[in-house]
Design a protein around this ligand. Structure first.
Ligand code: HEC
Length: 104
C-alpha cells in the first residue's frame, strides 16, 4: 500500500512539472521580449504613456480584448515600428500571455 501511494505521489509531481515547466518558460520569454520591444513605449508596467498617446495595455478596455485581438494589434498597429510588426506569431502569443499576467 505504501509503495502505491509513493508511486502516485511521484506520478502527480511528474505530471505537475510537465504541465508547469513549459508554461513558466513561455511566460519568461514573453516578459523578455516585452522588455526589449514594448516597454520603451508602453512602459515596464504596461500602463502606457497618455501624454504621448500610447495606450495602456492593462486598462479595462485592453482586458476586454481577446487574445487574438491583442495579437492582431501588435502586428497591425500603424504606429508600431517594423521591428514590432515583424515579431513571429509564437512570440506575439508569448507577449500576449505576459500582458495577461500584468493585467491581473
Ligand atoms: C514606438 C512605440 C511603440 C512600441 C515600441 C510598441 N507600441 Fe504598441 N502602440 C503604440 C502606439 C502609439 C499605439 C496606439 C496606436 C493608435 O492609437 O493607433 C499602440 C497600440 C498598441 C496596442 C493596441 C491597444 C489598444 O488599446 O487598441 C497594443 C495591444 C499594443 N500596442 C501592444 C504592443 C506590444 C505588445 C508591443 C511590443 C511587442 C508594442 N505595442 C510596441 C506604440 C508602441
Amino acid at each position: 500500500m505504501k509503495t502505491k501511494k509513493l508511486v502516485m505521489l511521484i506520478v502527480t509531481i511528474a505530471v505537475a512539472l510537465f504541465v508547469l515547466i513549459p508554461n513558466l518558460s513561455w511566460a519568461e520569454d514573453g516578459a523578455a521580449i516585452y522588455k526589449t520591444k514594448c516597454a520603451m513605449c508602453h512602459g515596464a508596467d504596461a500602463a502606457g504613456k497618455p501624454a504621448a498617446k500610447i495606450p495602456s495595455l492593462v486598462s479595462d478596455e485592453a482586458k476586454k480584448q481577446s487574445d487574438d485581438g491583442l495579437a492582431k494589434a501588435v502586428v497591425e498597429t500603424a504606429k508600431h515600428p517594423a521591428g514590432v510588426k515583424s515579431i513571429p506569431a509564437d512570440d506575439v502569443k508569448a507577449i500576449v500571455a505576459y500582458i495577461r499576467s500584468l493585467q491581473k
